[in-house]
Design a binder for this molecule. Structure first.
Ligand code: BV8
Length: 228
């Protein structure tokens, strides 16, 4: 393989599936219980804040009960040992990459264990519930929302992501259906700037045609094998 220095890795719900966290679009997906427009939009939050807060309360509890799987562990090892640039851009709101030991992680869709105060803009690590309207530890206002990027909101740190893609020699996509933008477009950006592109997924995704190579199987097997 030609000299690879800089790697960008995009992960989606599929990398956490074997940790027991449900994906979005599988038959048991999250969206089945709640219609997308019912929970993951600012409009839904304005219309029915209690429903949305309870949805994320449940997700937060599931995240705390989950454990990293061999795929997270393999990426953490790669992050520790890789001498060049490496960035794990995750669409996931769980902290399993970090709990496996990864450091260079960017949560473009926010974090389930973070609460964002809409009154004073402070962000707080949050493991409990928000549906009971707790006061913001900074300003005391009962104005905390999930620190999550909903549909129609702008993902976090897009400039950092595009700068990393511009420098990447290798782009690896793991466990994502390629259904949601702008994340689904990163492979095209990586190709445009000359990176090799690899997809590791349980099944072919909406973006598979854009990848130089697609390997199909569970992440817990594919990712450690690729990192070796
Ligand atoms: C934006 C919140 C403007 C957190 C999420 C029409 C056309 C194109 C785009 C649009 C359109 N209309 C609207 C849009 C934009 C919209 C969008 O893309 N809509 C889609 C539905 C068409 N996007 C937005 O609104 C975004 N914002 O565009 O702002 C902008 C953009 C750029 C710059 C400036 C301005 C905001 C999107 C973020 C929404 N928030 N989540 C939460 O609740 O969790 S998205 C949600 O879906 C998750 O965050 C997740 O990241 C995302 C994608 O899902 P996946 O992670 O891929 O999970 P999925 O279940 O789909 O797939 C799992 C995959 O894993 C499967 O392929 C499966 O086979 C595989 N798998 C399963 N098990 C395993 C496995 N693989 C390996 N091993 C296993 N064991």
């Amino acid at each position: 393989m030609e000299q690879v220095r800089n790697i960008v890795i995009l992960t989606g719900a599929g990398i956490s599936a074997e940790s027991g966290l449900r994906t979005f679009r599988a038959e048991d997906g999250l969206w089945e219980d709640h219609r997308v427009e019912d929970v993951a939009t600012p409009q839904a939050f304005r219309r029915d804040p209690e429903l949305v807060q309870r949805f994320y309360d449940e997700r937060r509890a599931n995240i705390l009960a989950a454990q990293p799987n061999p795929a997270h562990a393999a990426l953490a090892r790669l992050d520790r040992e890789w001498p060049g640039e490496l960035l794990i851009v995750t669409q996931n709101i769980d902290d399993l990459h970090e709990r496996a030991g990864a450091a260079r992680v960017l949560h473009m869709h926010g974090e389930g264990l973070s609460a964002w105060c809409t009154a004073c803009d402070a962000r707080h690590r949050w493991e409990g519930t928000l549906s009971d309207n707790p006061p913001c530890p900074s300003c005391g206002e009962a104005a905390l929302r999930p620190d999550i990027v909903w549909f129609g909101e702008i993902p976090y740190r897009m400039d950092e992501i595009f700068a990393a893609l511009a420098r990447a020699d290798l782009f690896v996509s793991i466990g994502t259906s390629g259904a949601v933008y702008p994340a689904a477009g990163f492979v095209q950006e990586a190709k445009r700037t000359g990176a090799r592109t690899l997809e590791l997924n349980l099944e072919r995704s909406q973006g598979s045609a854009w990848f130089d190579e697609t390997r199909l199987g569970p992440a817990s097997g594919l990712v450690p094998a690729w990192v070796e």
